[in-house]
Ligand binder design. Structure first.
Ligand code: ASP
Length: 452
């Protein structure tokens, strides 16, 4: 009985949810059932699917802050050495910046070579409001929280990371006396991981609902209308994932990219269906530590850090979009222009969080800098919702790749977990509360009440 239950892993179910969601979404879209006042649209797409999908994303977001807090504090306690911590920070920062710079350079090169956008029809009625890039000084200042409750309430990842590291170091400094807190944090970390398991149990249905809703309202026709842009973008994303990231993984660690990609599949599906690296943090962190063998002391830092500052897929979109719109408007950017674009996208990715649609805001910052017409963004606005899903999947893959490279180089990596196809797979028995444990707890609470 147990055996048949285990046959279909959560990953398989999640992928199935995605495929069925795409199929149903397309069916609704092409049958014309998606008109605003149709029964299907009101009660199923904007009703049931909307409720299921939003509840799930909200539940993931609910996990992010406490999960990052406890796992990062316990990570710092696990490293136990401030110098080693500094090395992990410096290495991951350098690799995140490097991969983003490679990503956008690759994107610009492919887009220039393909000549997309030449002679495009420029009449566009959509407008897009430009955002000024935050100055580097404020990006730096904003790393320090003035009120950590406020940072947590707003999910400001860099500030939470800063606070957790400082707290971890301070606990270490207290020494032996802080032992109960160390144990408490470790336990809370386990508790949070179980909470991730519970929410994940419903994920196949949520993924199904999210994707069916997105596809039914957008369809693939839109993509066809901008076929050149979409094709070049998808090709650049694939090359970056399969050649750049997997090449770096192989060169730096010697590990098999095939295993990496297989184990990352469900994380990519989550990123795809939520369009948010931030909301995907719980899944990325769990996969990186439990399935890929990265020690929590490294993963608890590199994953939330990467979700905030590393956006390879988004950088690729910016590269391709810049060339596309420059060509479409007949603007000659030249080498200096493109170098500015590269620098701007790398900097813009540091200060912006991985949430849906942020790529377009970053793009408007880049446009202001190089003097491209902001209204050009209107050209790609329609297809951006779907492409956001694809590039977010590449963003989280970059976070995980760097996590593995840094952990391996620091000796905080378990190769046997990486190579074990069954590692980290959650089974129904993991979700089970032991009867004896239940009885013990009941007795414990009774005792506590009596003592009162
Ligand atoms: N949605 C992306 C992310 O969360 C950011 C973007 O490209 O808009 O990583």
């Amino acid at each position: 009985m147990e055996k048949t239950k285990q046959k279909m892993t959560l990953t398989t179910k999640v992928v199935l949810g995605m495929v069925l969601g795409i199929l149903l979404g397309l069916a609704i879209n092409y049958s014309g059932l998606n008109t605003p006042d149709s029964f299907v649209n009101i009660y199923v797409v904007d009703g049931l699917f909307h409720i299921m999908g939003t509840m799930f994303i909200t539940a993931l977001k609910m996990l992010v802050v406490p999960l990052v807090l406890f796992s990062l504090i316990s990570g710092v306690l696990g490293i136990g050495d401030i110098k080693a911590l500094g090395k992990v920070g410096a290495k991951s920062f350098a690799l995140y910046m490097l991969t983003t710079a490679i990503a956008i350079t690759l994107a610009i090169s492919i887009a220039v070579a393909s000549g997309i956008g030449d002679g495009a029809n420029l009449t566009t009625t959509s407008t897009f409001e430009a955002k000024e890039a935050p100055p580097l000084s404020s990006v730096l200042i904003d790393i320090i929280p003035s009120n950590i409750i406020d940072s947590m309430a707003n999910g400001n990842m860099l500030q939470i990371i800063f606070f957790s590291i400082l707290l971890g170091i301070s606990i270490l400094m207290v020494g032996k006396k802080a032992e109960p807190i160390v144990r408490g944090v470790e336990i809370m970390n386990d508790v949070m991981m179980n909470m991730v398991n519970i929410i994940m149990a419903v994920s196949p249905y949520a993924v199904f609902a999210l994707i069916a809703k997105a596809i039914s309202s957008l369809g693939f026709d839109l993509l066809a209308s901008l076929a050149g842009y979409v094709t070049v973008l998808i090709i650049a994303l694939l090359i970056h994932l399969l050649v750049t990231l997997m090449g770096l993984l192989k060169i730096f660690t010697g590990l098999s990219p095939k295993i990496f990609l297989a184990k990352m599949r469900s994380v990519q599906v989550f990123a795809f269906s939520t369009s948010s690296s931030n909301a995907t943090i719980p899944v990325t962190l769990k996969t990186v530590t439990d399935k890929l063998g990265v020690n929590n002391s490294v993963g608890s830092f590199t994953v939330p850090f990467g979700a905030t500052i590393n956006m390879d897929g988004t950088a690729i979109m910016q590269g391709v979009a810049t060339v596309f719109i420059a060509n479409a408007y007949g603007v000659e950017l030249g080498i200096t222009g493109y170098l500015t674009v590269i620098l701007m996208s790398v900097l813009a990715s540091i200060g912006t969080a991985g949430v849906p649609g942020v790529g377009l805001i970053m793009l408007s910052m880049v446009f202001v800098q190089v003097g491209l017409p902001i209204e050009g963004i209107g050209l790609i606005l329609g297809v951006d919702r779907l492409l956001d899903m694809v590039r977010t999947a590449v963003n989280v893959s970059g976070d995980a790749t760097v996590s593995v490279i840094v952990a391996k180089s620091e000796g905080k990596f378990d190769t046997s977990v990486y190579n074990d196809p069954k590692a980290g797979i959650v089974t129904s028995s993991d979700m089970h509360i032991d009867e004896d444990v239940e009885k013990e707890f009941a007795k414990l609470t009774e005792d506590v009440h009596e003592r009162k």
